[in-house]
Design a binder for this molecule. Structure first.
Ligand SMILES: [Fe+2]
Length: 214
């Protein structure tokens, strides 16, 4: 299993607060059957430039890298990029893709999306070399008409769902349907710490787990 969305990188954002906490989160991921982890700290375009973010991310990764034990899940550097107007022309956006892939994890606004936002997503997809993946799609369900998901999926936008959406009564029905229809391409724990938002793959229902099996 791959955890496509985590805040494990230490002291980057509101996620892990120390190298020690990060190492314990990675240990739990391993125990829960995860063999690859994307490190996706928040990137907020109004807070810093992509270049500043990337150099900060490298520094924090180095602190973690030197302490990684044997048998640790495979790690890849990425970002959870907050949506902004003009993403499709930004020269820096490709540098925020998940290492070694074309995936760009995009956190969308928590509101009903007007056409200009959806148009920006399509232009981002059209620029080439970038595959937008909407982060924790379960968290926007209540803001959007149901028909929108089919349209976005048909237009080649990918969706990441959080593990806990399969356990919460508010979201589990529709998210399971989306998974079964093949619309959910990635799952993530979106873990931030060891308590309230811990690695939680142990909560994933067996039915979902079986669908992920190769
Ligand atoms: Fe997140």
């Amino acid at each position: 299993m791959t955890d496509f969305h985590t805040h494990i990188l230490p002291r980057m954002d509101d996620g892990s607060g120390s190298v020690r906490e990060s190492l314990e989160m990675l240990r739990q991921e391993r125990l829960q059957g995860v063999d690859a982890v994307a490190l996706t700290p928040h990137f907020y375009p109004w807070k810093e430039s992509p270049a500043e973010f990337l150099s900060r991310r490298d520094r924090h990764y180095q602190q973690l890298e030197s302490r990684l034990p044997e048998g640790c899940p495979q790690l890849a550097l990425g970002a959870e990029v907050y949506f902004f107007e003009g993403m499709h022309v930004s020269e820096d956006v490709p540098n925020l893709r998940l290492q070694g892939t074309q995936y760009l994890l995009v956190e969308m606004p928590f509101e009903s999306w007007p056409q200009r936002i959806i148009g920006e997503l399509f232009r981002l997809r059209d620029r080439g070399g970038i595959q937008p993946v909407l982060a924790h799609v379960d968290r926007y369900l209540r803001f959007q008409p149901r028909g929108l998901w089919r349209e976005l999926a048909q237009q080649g936008i990918l969706f990441q769902a959080n593990v806990d959406s399969f356990t919460q009564w508010r979201t589990r029905g529709y998210i399971t349907k989306m998974l079964e229809e093949g619309w959910i391409s990635h799952l993530g724990s979106d873990c931030h710490n060891l308590e309230s938002r811990r690695p939680n793959w142990d909560l994933l229902p067996q039915r979902v787990r079986e669908r992920l099996a190769p």
